[in-house]
Design a protein around this ligand. Structure first.
Ligand code: SF4
Ligand code: F3S
Length: 104
């Protein structure tokens, strides 16, 4: 499966939802997550994210993101159409360690 990681936070460009063939993105206030049981591992969303926030879960060091995506995908609502990015998206793109300070 693929997972959404730190750089989505406070950017939320949503280009990813437009290309996902199974509509498995779920929306929180500041980021999206991927439902691990619904993702078919096609990989098309990965290059579409302007923030390069989507990674295959086979990459090392993603354990906390795998858990976060799985947990929030159960409670957040499904998002299937693109929205405008968050107003602060440019400012936050590339800021490191956003989970700690900017995830709410
Ligand atoms: Fe959707 Fe494919 Fe991305 Fe999984 S890898 S979230 S199925 S676009
Ligand atoms: Fe987030 Fe990238 Fe999608 S910033 S909303 S994972 S296009």
């Amino acid at each position: 499966t693929y997972v959404v990681t730190d750089n989505c936070i406070r950017c939320k460009y949503t280009d990813c939802v437009e290309v996902c063939p199974v509509d498995c993105f779920y929306e929180g206030e500041n980021m999206l997550v991927i439902h691990p049981d619904e993702c078919i591992d096609c990989g098309v969303c990965e290059p579409e994210c302007p923030a390069e926030a989507i990674k295959p879960d086979t990459e090392p060091g993603l354990e906390s993101w795998i858990k976060l995506n799985g947990d929030y995908a159960k409670t957040w609502p499904n998002l299937t159409t693109r929205r405008d990015p968050l107003p602060e998206a440019k400012e936050f793109d590339g800021v490191t360690d956003k989970l700690k300070d900017h995830f709410s």
